[in-house]
Design a protein around this ligand. Structure first.
Ligand code: FE
Length: 215
């Protein structure tokens, strides 16, 4: 099977959120789609290992924020590469509440869904959510996974449906610069060395988390 074919499906970059008691949770999802328009219903796929998955199963309610191309990439760092279990991912990210669910302000649309069904796969739960509220529309370009990957040089969080283990990193060698890769998110820095004050623009890690990629 040529798994490359799957890369030609379209994926966005979304933040799926929920709340249990006063604990706000959320994670990045790149598989979300509208399945019916009347009543509007969407399907979202969330890895079993994401704490957000457990919370949505309990609360039967979630928010979906659609990231745009110029959304602060730190949002992906906070929500894609940490766990809600032991961190407050909302601490450094602007959010607002709709219908009691926190959603990301720096986005081009937010919706709140009531879970009406779910389906289990080996690794992910597919939640079917009826949209009960939608707000914050802007006509900015929604971020696609392709844009995130090619322009921001980000990689899939481990729990994303599109994640594939990168055993050997092969990068296009179109410059003579050395390439340093963030071990958390895969962002590539080009230069002789990573400056000591460099902070990964995707996940916020310091220079010590970068390793030299051999060509
Ligand atoms: Fe990073």
């Amino acid at each position: 099977m040529d798994k490359k074919v799957l890369r030609n499906l379209s994926y966005g970059v979304y933040v799926v959120t929920s709340i249990i008691g006063d604990k706000k949770v959320g994670c990045i999802a790149n598989s979300a789609m509208q399945v019916t328009s009347n009543n509007p219903t969407i399907a979202v796929s969330i890895n079993h290992d994401n704490y957000t998955n457990k919370v949505i199963k309990e609360t039967k309610k979630f928010g979906l924020s659609i990231l745009k191309e110029d959304s602060d990439s730190k949002i992906i760092g906070e929500f894609g590469f940490k766990s809600s279990k032991d961190t407050d991912k909302f601490e450094n990210v602007g959010y607002e509440e709709i219908d009691g669910i926190p959603v990301i302000s720096d986005s081009c649309g937010k919706m709140i869904c009531k879970v009406i069904d779910m389906m289990e796969t080996e690794t992910h739960t597919v939640f079917l959510g009826e949209v009960i509220e939608a707000d914050g529309y802007t006509n900015d370009n929604p971020m696609t996974y392709k844009y995130y990957h090619e322009k921001l040089k980000g990689t899939s969080p481990k729990n994303a449906p599109t994640y594939e283990e990168e055993k050997e990193v092969k990068l296009e060698n179109n410059t003579n610069k050395k390439k340093w890769k963030c071990r958390i998110c895969g962002y590539v820095y080009e230069g002789e060395s990573v400056p000591e004050d460099f902070i990964c623009p995707i996940c916020g890690q310091p220079h010590t988390e970068f390793y030299l990629v051999e060509d």
